[in-house]
Design a protein around this ligand. Structure first.
Ligand SMILES: Cc1ncc(COP(=O)(O)O)c(C=O)c1O
Length: 297
């Protein structure tokens, strides 16, 4: 996308929405490591939950099938019927809660987990948002791939931007960027009013760095946190909707109105504010969100 940002800036998308299973998205990279851990621990079932517009249940159901694990999903009953149909197609067992309250979702997950144990199964629990060491490692690996691709194509990248909610993806992106392209700036655009503190982001990233046996450590100076949140995580914004339409109508690419659409609107705002230099190479990581798009159409 050569002309969208002006001043010769070149915008590339890292298409993690197309990363090969289910509806794609950032959860696939996280689950590669998380399900690997489940298999290593000898588990035979995955239990997880999600809000009504969450992308995690679809990703878990698809990836669990591929890994030969059974998926048990706890969702609010307000979850869009189309999403429930996709989950049924994937063969997942779904438990509906009355509300989307985090406490109720958590309690129901633990009840499902206990029931499975009583039947002799070995369930593995994935928290909402799949925040984990595996999640960070998944995005360090993604950055290795991205910078190898950029080098092979001979295009320099000055900026990588990603959508943030829990910050787990960004922790991996920021560490991976420092490891594989230290002159590149990694920026997160939070779609929630509050974002994970920089100290926590560094802790998450540096736990992954230790695991990877690298000397690179993330510090707060490596982090750039910006917001495109409107009234909060579950709220759409006009600019986010416009970004979804822009990408669909100019490029034939689907963003979603709560995560990638709002984040992309944040990127366009940063461009207006002069955040990028003329001629910069800029990568937006497309973290998916197709479950949210379907829910909100
Ligand atoms: C489509 C999409 N993009 C980005 C994110 C943010 O990921 P993280 O929670 O790791 O910050 C999410 C999280 O739910 C998501 O669904």
């Amino acid at each position: 996308m050569e002309t969208l940002l002006g001043d010769g800036k070149r915008l590339f998308l890292k298409r993690d929405d197309l990363c090969g299973i289910g509806f794609g998205g950032n959860k696939i990279r996280k689950l590669e490591y998380i399900l690997g851990d489940a298999l290593q621990q000898g588990c035979d079932a995955i239990v997880t939950c999600g809000g009504s517009q969450s992308n995690q249940p679809l990703a878990v159901a698809a990836c669990a099938n591929k890994a030969g694990l059974a998926a048990y999903l706890v969702l609010p009953q307000s979850t869009n019927p189309l999403i429930q149909s996709f989950l049924s197609l994937l063969g997942a067992s779904v438990y509906l809660t009355e509300s989307g309250d985090t406490g109720e979702l958590g309690r129901t997950m633990r009840r499902v987990q206990d029931a499975l144990r009583q039947k002799g199964h070995a369930p593995y629990l994935i928290s909402q948002g799949a925040v984990s060491l595996g999640g960070t490692l998944g995005y360090v690996a993604a950055m290795k791939e991205l910078f190898e691709q950029a080098r092979a194509a001979r295009f320099p990248i000055q900026h990588v931007l990603v959508c943030g909610a829990s910050g787990n993806t960004y922790a991996g992106v920021a560490l991976g960027t420092k490891m594989f392209s230290p002159s590149t700036r990694a920026t997160v655009i939070s779609i929630a009013g509050r974002f994970t503190h920089k100290t926590t982001l560094c802790r998450m990233a540096n736990e992954a760095a230790e695991k990877l046996d690298t000397d690179v450590r993330l510090t707060e100076d490596d982090l750039s946190v910006h917001f495109s949140c409107g009234r909060g995580a579950g709220a759409e914004t006009l600019k986010g909707r416009e970004a979804v339409q822009l990408m669909a109508q100019k490029e034939g690419i689907f963003l979603d109105p709560l995560f990638t659409g709002k984040a992309f609107a944040g990127l366009l705002d940063l461009n207006q504010q002069g955040y990028f230099q003329p001629g910069d190479g800029i990568v937006f990581i497309h973290t998916g969100g197709m479950g949210t798009l379907i829910s909100k159409l």
